[in-house]
Design a protein around this ligand. Structure first.
Ligand SMILES: Nc1ncnc2c1ncn2[C@@H]1O[C@H](COP(=O)(O)OP(=O)(O)OP(=O)(O)O)[C@@H](O)[C@H]1O
Ligand SMILES: [Mg+2]
Length: 410
C-alpha cells in the first residue's frame, strides 16, 4: 500500500457519485486522488497538480473527454490516461484510444477490481516505458563514447601507420649509406692512388729524368685506376637512383609502370643490410619481362613487412632460413605473387589473427602488430587484390597474393 502513496491520480467526471466511489476505492489502496467535475477544471488540475495518471469520462459539460485527451497529449506524451465511459459510447471510446488513451473502463463499474487492475497495469506500463527510455539513453551515451573511442583508435592507427612508413624510410636511408659506402670508398682510394702516382710522375718529368718505360707505366696505371673509378662511381650512381626510386615510391603512393623483377631486386637491395650478416637467403623467381602498372610503393611496403616478419618471427631460432619469392603472370592481367619462408610458422590462432591490427606475439618487445594488417590493407585496398595465408607450426608461412593490373583508374 505504501508504494501507492507517492502516486497521484486525477479523476475527471461530471457525475459526483461516480467520482466519490472511484475516489473512495482508490484512496483505500493508498493513492492520492484529486478530482474535477468537468474537462476544463480537469485540464487546470492536470497542469497544476501534475498527476501520475488520469481517469477521464467522455461525455461532460463545458469540455468533453476527447478534448481533454487531445490537449493533455499535446503537453505530455507519456502520462497514462484511462477512459471511463458509458456503454453507449463505443465510437467515442475508439476515438479516445486513437488519440492516445491507454485503456478504457465501461460505466457503471460493476467490479472495482477491473478499475484496480487497469490502474495497476497502466502504472506498470509507465514504469516499463521509463525504464526503456533510461536504457535507450544509457545506450546512446555508450554509443557516443564508443564512437569517440573508435575515432581515437582510428587516429592512433593512422599515426602508427605513418610512423611505420617513416621507420621504413629510415631503414632505407641506413641501407643507402651502407651500400654506397663500398663503391665510394673504392673510388676515393683509387683517386688518391692516382694522385700519388701523378705527383711522382710530375717529379720525374720536372727533373728531366723521365724514361719512356716510366711514361708507359704511368699511362697504364692511369687507365686502370680511372677505369676502376668509373666503374665504382657508376655503381654508386646506380644505387642512388634505385634507392631514390624506392624511397620516392614509399612516400608518394603514386601509380606508374615498372618492371617487377627489377623493382623487387631494388627493394631487396635496400633491405640487404638487415640480413647481410646472417646466413638467411632470399630467392626470387620472376620472369624478367613482367611490366605492370601499379603502386610500386605498396609492393615495397608489403615486401618490407613480410621479410622483416620472416627475419624477426619466422627465423627467430633458425640460422639459415630460406625465403622464396615466386612471381608469375596469372590468368588475365593478374600477377601471382607467392611469398614463403621455412621458419617456425604459425598455429591456428596466430594464423586466424595474423591480419588483425595490433595482433602481435612480440608485445612489449618492439612489435606493434600492425605489419600484417598494413599488408592486408595494401593488397586488398590499394592493389585491389587478394591474399591468402597458409601456415602450420614448424612449416613456415606462405602468402599467396593475386594482384590485378591497375592500368585504369579504379
Ligand atoms: N613469417 C612469420 N613467421 C611466423 N610468425 C609470423 C610471421 N609473420 C607474422 N607472424 C606472426 O604474426 C604476428 C603479427 O605480425 P605483424 O607483422 O602484424 O606484427 P609484428 O611483426 O608482431 O609487429 P610489427 O610488424 O607491427 O612490428 C606476429 O607477431 C607473429 O606472431
Ligand atoms: Mg611485423
Amino acid at each position: 500500500m505504501s508504494e501507492n502513496t507517492e502516486k497521484k491520480i486525477l479523476v475527471i467526471d461530471d457525475e459526483v457519485y461516480i467520482r466519490d466511489s472511484v475516489i473512495g476505492f482508490l484512496e483505500d489502496f493508498g493513492f492520492e486522488v484529486i478530482e474535477a467535475e468537468n474537462g476544463e477544471v480537469g485540464l487546470e488540475q492536470f497542469q497544476e497538480e501534475k498527476p501520475d495518471l488520469i481517469l477521464c469520462d467522455l461525455r461532460m459539460p463545458v469540455m468533453d473527454g476527447l478534448e481533454v485527451l487531445a490537449q493533455v497529449r499535446e503537453q505530455d506524451e507519456n502520462i497514462p490516461i484511462i477512459i471511463v465511459s458509458g456503454a453507449g459510447n463505443i465510437a467515442d471510446t475508439v476515438e479516445a484510444l486513437r488519440l492516445g488513451a491507454w485503456d478504457y473502463i465501461i460505466k457503471p463499474i460493476q467490479d472495482m477490481n477491473v478499475l484496480f487492475h487497469a490502474v495497476n497495469k497502466a502504472f506498470e506500463r509507465k514504469d516499463f516505458i521509463a525504464e526503456k527510455a533510461r536504457y535507450q539513453k544509457d545506450l546512446e551515451i555508450a554509443n557516443k563514447e564508443l564512437k569517440i573511442s573508435l575515432d581515437t583508435l582510428e587516429q592512433a592507427r593512422d599515426q602508427l601507420v605513418q610512423s611505420e612508413k617513416m621507420a621504413a624510410l629510415g631503414e632505407l636511408v641506413a641501407g643507402v649509406a651502407h651500400e654506397i659506402n663500398t663503391p665510394v670508398g673504392v673510388g676515393v682510394t683509387a683517386a688518391s692512388f692516382l694522385d700519388a702516382k701523378t705527383k711522382e710522375f710530375s717529379g720525374l718529368y720536372e727533373s728531366g729524368e723521365l724514361k719512356r718505360s716510366e711514361l708507359e707505366n704511368y699511362l697504364k696505371t692511369v687507365q686502370e685506376v680511372s677505369n676502376s673509378i668509373l666503374i665504382n662511381m657508376a655503381r654508386a650512381a646506380e644505387l642512388i637512383s634505385s634507392f631514390k626510386q624506392v624511397a620516392v615510391d614509399q612516400s608518394s603512393e603514386k601509380r606508374r609502370r615498372f618492371n617487377l623483377k627489377e623493382y623487387i631486386d631494388e627493394i631487396l637491395l635496400s633491405l640487404r643490410p638487415r640480413y647481410k650478416k646472417t646466413s638467411h637467403t632470399i630467392n626470387v623467381t620472376c620472369a624478367p619481362d613482367i611490366e605492370i602498372t601499379s603502386y610500386p610503393g605498396a609492393f615495397s611496403q608489403i615486401l618490407n613487412n613480410l621479410i622483416m616478419n620472416s627475419l624477426i618471427h619466422g627465423f627467430k631460432e633458425i640460422d639459415n632460413g630460406e625465403i622464396e619469392i615466386d612471381i608469375s603472370r596469372g590468368e588475365g592481367d593478374k600477377v601471382s605473387f607467392v611469398y614463403r619462408d621455412n621458419g617456425t610458422g604459425m598455429d591456428e590462432t596466430q594464423k586466424e589473427k595474423a591480419f588483425d591490427p595490433f595482433f602481435t606475439t612480440m608485445r612489449g618487445k618492439g612489435g606493434t602488430g600492425l605489419g600484417m594488417s598494413i599488408v592486408f590493407n595494401l593488397v586488398t585496398q590499394t592493389l585491389k587484390g587478394k591474399v591468402v595465408l597458409d601456415s602450420e607450426p614448424g612449416k613456415g608461412v606462405a602468402f599467396t597474393m593475386t594482384l590485378p593490373e591497375l592500368s585504369e583508374d579504379i
